[in-house]
Write a protein that binds this ligand. Structure first.
Ligand SMILES: [Zn+2]
Ligand SMILES: [Zn+2]
Length: 351
């Protein structure tokens, strides 16, 4: 099969990803073998390729927003049948026995397995996944619209929960990429007013189109104090900026897996009056299932740009340079009649 893997991690301009042929994976007893149709491109893939996240094994295949069809089930797998459409997300395994797993916080597992980091991901024609960590994809989403939901969407949903946004609250969003544009749609659906601070003009116009109340530059001060804020940009300098924009008792959630250093904070101006700063670490499967149900109910309309399989490194280069508005998706298999169907496939705009 054809696959992309991380060669020597380094700046994306040094072409750290390599494409070639490798043997098809075989499903273990509790696994599914998947024929990958598309795979979303996440900033975490860029961190992996560039070495901010050191690869956990040599020549790992990136990609943790894969959508495809079950080709084969392992001898102990009965939850899915060949032909079922499934999604594979970042959390690919958890131990089930550590104190965090036992109390329901499997996102904090001491021995987690991450797709496209610990095990091979979806930048390949085939992959395997534990049946317990595969998701059914709601029918309303075509493959390329479903892919960004699997990390960008789920993490945005978890970040929204971590930010403690109350119904009708005022939410600040710093950075407006793949996850943020889905989170804004969820927040607006839930009755919040949304204030977006971001540098790219295309992202600002997408935010306006989705119904943001205010759109400004990354360091601009929103016109009202915020009840909650989410920092999507991997920029630690924005932490004090966002904290100062919070109302008393407000919460800032940092959504990314990687953040540049946070400058020193001043207790009085940045934290007092019970403002809170929180991180967001992966997600539980419960988050994923809750989110996919909500996404179908809204229904979320990801703005996507699709790249042919051969151009994964160009897609990451575009992501690094802020040239992608919304979500980037790698098309692994040519579109078939099935995944062309549905109302959400035309063009790259919010359908
Ligand atoms: Zn665990
Ligand atoms: Zn991701």
């Amino acid at each position: 099969m054809r696959a992309w893997w991380v060669g020597r991690p380094g700046a994306i301009s040094t072409r750290p990803l390599e494409m070639g042929e490798r043997g098809n994976p075989k499903p273990k007893a509790n696994e599914l073998l998947i024929d990958v149709s598309v795979c979303g491109i996440c900033r975490t893939d860029l961190h992996l390729a560039e070495g901010d996240l050191p690869p956990r094994h040599q020549h790992v295949v990136p990609g943790h927003e894969a959508v495809g069809v079950v080709l084969e089930t392992g001898s102990d797998s009965s939850s899915f049948q060949p032909g079922d459409r499934v999604g594979v997300a970042w959390l690919g395994g958890a131990c089930g026995t550590c104190p965090y797993c036992r109390r329901g916080d499997e996102n904090l597992c001491l021995a987690p397995v991450f797709t496209g980091w610990d095990r091979d991901g979806g930048y390949a024609e085939q992959m395997t996944v534990s049946q317990d960590f595969a998701y059914r994809i709601p029918d309303v989403f075509a493959d390329e619209k479903a892919a960004p939901l699997l990390c960008s969407g789920i993490i945005g949903y978890r970040a929204l929960k971590r930010a403690d946004l109350r119904p009708g609250g005022r939410l600040g969003i710093y950075g407006f990429g793949s996850s943020a544009h889905l989170t804004a749609q969820m927040a607006i659906h839930l009755g919040a007013s949304v204030f977006v601070m971001t540098r790219s003009e295309e992202a600002r116009s997408l935010a306006r189109g989705l119904g943001a109340e205010f759109v400004g530059g990354p360091y601009d001060v929103p016109p009202v104090l915020l009840d909650a804020a989410i920092l999507f940009a991997p920029v630690g300098d924005l932490v004090p900026v966002a904290l100062r924009a919070l109302d008393r008792g407000g919460t800032l959630a940092v959504a990314g897996i990687h953040l540049s250093d946070i400058p020193s904070l001043n207790y009085t101006t940045d934290l007092f009056y019970e403002r809170q700063l929180r991180s967001v670490t992966a997600n539980t499967r419960a988050d994923g299932h809750e989110f996919l149900a909500l996404a179908a109910e809204i229904p979320l309309a990801p703005t996507t740009t699709t790249y042919p399989f051969e151009e994964a490194d160009r897609a990451l280069d575009d992501l690094a340079a802020d040239r992608i508005t919304g979500s980037a998706v790698l098309r692994v298999r040519p579109a078939t009649a099935r995944n062309k169907a549905g109302p959400f496939t035309s063009g790259s705009g919010a359908a």
